[in-house]
Design a binder for this molecule. Structure first.
Ligand code: NAP
Length: 322
């Protein structure tokens, strides 16, 4: 039985990955922080997961878990995953999303045959001068999150050059009903559902012209598995190759609840405009397509519709409980 360690198992990607790996009969272990409520929920859904308490803010103790567990595959999905949060907590971001990666990699490299996956991010490109970006695009990050992810990406490449089996995916934004409302996409879909139900009046947003290459999270988890299990370790951009603006996201979300014109509900807030916001991100996933056979399966409109319908369903479930 393949023994797997997932860091970030309570997050969006980690939970989808756990679903997939349990389906294939793997022995799944997850690193979780002390008192994590989401871990308790995950445990109820999947009692077969073995949870280990730990915190990447103490990199050596997390590395010790890798040594003690001797997993066949390590998926490092944990970290401070929001640009805004990384500005609020830049030092902690460096430790958890950066230095801890070196500690985990170092521990994994001691065991021949272990496969390691590192979740890189399109934010390592910062405000790119080329579009779309691919694996050769120069790194030029513009936030503590991006800088830290760039460090982790490059340390992963260094360990690979020294013989460790480590693959990375340079992930572009990917969404699902499991995204928290602290992310703009889920904030929009949850608001559309509430506004349609008469439970909310307005939706406050920053710059609506910002464009992102948004994909469906379970597709990206497929790519993570394909990259980790390919015969050679490597780096892969994972993206749809199509960018949409926040305004288009809002329109699609409101259309999904039958509101043709979202403008009366959207309130612009200067406080939500980020000074160093990257205007457009667009990824070129040709390498993942050619080498791994990976392609996204869910189009933008369908992705938004699925998120909105999940939020509508959540409201209906809450209504039934009362
Ligand atoms: P997520 O939902 O924010 O999950 C982050 C995970 O990291 C959570 O399980 C969280 O646990 C854990 N974590 C945070 N701080 C920790 C610490 N100090 N010690 C141990 N665990 C800690 O992220 P995601 O969307 O699944 O993304 C997975 C990975 O892909 C992340 O590394 C992210 O940066 C990267 N990525 C994501 C996207 C995207 O669009 N989703 C795009 C590019 C790259 P708690 O439950 O305790 O908070």
């Amino acid at each position: 039985m393949t023994r797997i360690l997932i860091t970030g198992i309570t997050g969006q990607d980690g939970s989808y990955l756990a679903d997939r790996l349990l389906d294939e009969g793997a022995e799944v272990h997850g690193l979780v922080r002390d008192g994590d409520e989401t871990a308790r929920e995950l445990e109820q859904r999947h009692p077969e997961i073995v949870f280990h308490e730990g915190d990447l803010a103490q990199p050596e103790s997390a590395a010790q878990l890798v040594r003690a567990l001797a997993p066949d595959e390590v998926y490092n999905l944990a970290g401070i995953s929001s640009v805004a949060e990384s500005w609020r907590r830049p030092v902690l971001t460096g430790l958890v999303t950066g230095v801890a990666v070196t500690a985990l990699l170092d521990a994994a490299s001691e065991r021949p045959g272990v496969r390691f996956f590192q979740a890189s991010s399109s934010e390592i490109f910062g405000s790119p001068t080329v579009s779309p970006q691919n694996e050769s695009t120069p790194l030029c990050p513009t936030s503590p999150y991006g800088v830290t992810k760039a460090y982790a990406h490059q340390i992963a490449q260094l360990y690979r050059a020294r013989g460790t089996f480590v693959s990375t995916a340079i992930l572009y934004n990917h969404e699902s009903p499991r995204r928290p409302e602290t992310f703009v996409t889920r904030k929009i879909t949850a608001a559309a559902a509430r506004i349609a139900a008469g439970l909310q009046d307005t939706l406050e947003l920053g710059d609506l012209s910002v464009e992102r290459d948004w994909g469906w999270a379970p597709d990206y988890v497929d790519a993570i598995l394909l990259a980790t299990r390919h015969r050679e370790p490597d780096d892969y951009v994972i993206a749809t190759g199509r960018a949409h603006s926040i305004a288009q996201f809002v329109d699609a979300a409101f259309a999904a609840v039958g509101i043709d014109d979202a403008s009366p509900y959207v309130v612009s807030s200067d406080e939500l405009i980020r000074p160093s916001e990257i205007s457009t991100m667009l990824g070129d996933a040709s390498k993942a397509h050619d080498v791994l056979g990976w392609s996204p399966t869910v189009e933008f409109d369908e992705l938004v519709r699925r998120m909105v319908h999940a939020d509508v369903e959540l409201l209906a479930a809450a209504e039934r409980e009362h």
